[in-house]
Design a protein around this ligand. Structure first.
Ligand code: ARG
Length: 465
């Protein structure tokens, strides 16, 4: 069969090598973007006087019909004709419908810039969907925070009990990370907001295309700086893969926390039966498989980023076929990320907090910092207070007792600054109530943060509508 470049060759390419180089089976995802870019290009050619109004009209009608057919019946975008890529598919379909006018569409344009514009258009329509899915995961954390009410739990550093926090404060810590992922995707949108067309294969185009008009048609706010750069630039693919990788790192850490916290050892939350699996051998098991898969799949997305950076690093300036490798990484990262966002939202949305267990774990020696603060309030320098409380903790560990079991006399054996009020001052609830900053676990601060997160979710939803 004839290819987009057959004229120069005496014979057909080797069938296996042609199949090896073909990208149709994955770049067919760019179908609607390719048609969109081509419609705009034809209009640009017509405005520049390169295409007659009749030809431009025929191309526009032909492309519109191809788009409608492809959207109505995805199986239409099939490799039945052995097309090398989606660009070849669309052009062949067009020519088969309108003949010679279709053969004029590619005037002054290269597939090098076409794939660059298609991929940008694709990301411009897919990124908001990913941002909405991140919103879904944040919503599941917010729902669980509402359900947790004023329940307390320990926070951990080094996976050792640190200080009491509200369960909702812990949940909002993960929401804060996910919200950065939304912002990071917005930064990718800003990076790709640039029209590559007009760059030709590498040196620019010899036709008087109004690139500003073309940019406006396609929704880009600026023009690429340099045609050679356009030809070989896939930085934005790396940026997207980086956003996806960090997004997956965040989901993996959420998964890890809930794998631990739903275990028999912690018992802080109960996994819904619908979000767990059993063992074929051990009847008692309730395994958190979906969370483990989310954690596991993070490695795969990070692998796409690392692999893509390695693919780019040795390339000479301009387009090289190596760049075709961008798409499978990008699409798989997108699919994996979306799948994991959905799974995380579903598992987290079905968790039940176990307030009695988390509250019990939030009492005890993790109030030591509050005891030190008590002494500071009575005038002792913090370093000295730390020393006093350290030795008190050593004693209690030896006696297997807690702060709440000490008599006032026993407190005073460690410092004369301890008074009767120490017994009511050192409780988990007092500990969180004493916090004063807006980012702290103080109940008022957390209520405000929860309300602010709900407003953020509404705003995300509003932008999507
Ligand atoms: N399938 C190609 C890609 O994904 C499209 C660009 C082809 N350009 C070329 N000069 N062969 O990169």
């Amino acid at each position: 069969m004839a290819h987009l470049w057959s004229g120069r060759f005496a014979g057909d390419p080797d069938a296996e090598l042609f199949a090896f180089g073909s990208s149709f089976r994955f770049d067919r995802r760019l179908f609607e973007d390719d048609v969109r870019g081509s419609r705009a290009w034809a209009a640009g050619l017509a405005r520049a006087g390169v295409l007659s109004a009749t030809d431009a009209g025929a191309i526009e009608k032909g492309l519109r019909e191809i788009l409608e057919q492809g959207l109505a019946d995805p199986s239409f975008v099939s490799d039945a004709h052995g097309d090398e890529d989606i660009h070849a598919f669309v052009e062949r379909e067009l020519i088969s419908r309108i003949g010679d006018a279709g053969r004029r569409l590619h005037t002054g344009r290269s597939r090098n810039e076409q794939v660059a514009v298609d991929l940008r258009l694709y990301l411009k329509r897919r990124i908001p969907a990913i941002q909405r899915a991140i919103g879904g995961a944040v919503q599941s954390l917010v729902t669980l925070a509402d359900l947790s009410g004023d329940a307390l739990m320990p926070s951990y550093t080094h996976l050792r009990r640190a200080q009491p926090v509200l369960v909702s404060h812990f949940l909002l810590s993960h929401s804060a990370a996910l919200r950065r992922d939304v912002d990071r995707l917005s930064a990718v949108l800003a990076e790709i907001d640039e029209l590559p067309l007009g760059s030709g294969a590498i040196a620019g185009t010899s036709y008087g295309i109004d690139v500003n008009g073309l940019a406006a048609d396609l929704g880009f706010s600026r023009i690429a700086r340099n045609s050679m750069d356009v030809s070989g630039d896939r930085d934005f693919v790396a940026s997207f893969l980086h956003a996806a990788s960090l997004g997956m790192v965040h989901l993996s850490r959420i998964a890890e926390d809930f794998i631990l916290f739903t275990s028999e050892e912690f018992g802080f939350f109960e996994l819904a039966d619908s979000a767990a699996t059993g063992s074929s051998l051990m009847p008692q098991k309730k395994n958190p498989d979906p969370l483990e898969l989310v954690r596991g799949k993070s490695g795969r997305v990070i692998g796409h980023l690392a692999g893509w950076l390695v693919t780019m690093k040795g390339l000479p300036a301009g387009y090289n076929k190596d760049l075709q490798e961008d798409k499978e990484s990008l699409f798989d990262a997108e699919d994996t990320w979306l799948g994991c966002l959905g799974a995380t939202a579903s598992v987290v949305g079905g968790l039940k907090p176990n307030a009695a267990v988390t509250a019990k774990a939030a009492s005890g020696l993790l109030l030591a910092t509050d005891v030190a603060d008590y002494l500071v309030a009575k005038g002792l320098p913090f370093r000295d207070a730390h020393e006093v409380v350290g030795s008190l903790v050593r004693r209690l560990l030896g006696e297997k007792r807690g702060f709440d079991e000490l008599s006032v006399a026993e407190w005073r054996e460690h410092s004369p600054l301890f008074d009767e009020d120490v017994r009511s001052a050192i409780t988990p609830l007092r500990s969180i109530e004493k916090k004063q900053t807006p980012q702290s676990t103080a109940p008022g601060a957390v209520a405000a943060a929860l309300a602010e997160t709900k407003r953020w979710l509404l705003e995300l939803q509003r932008k999507a509508d």
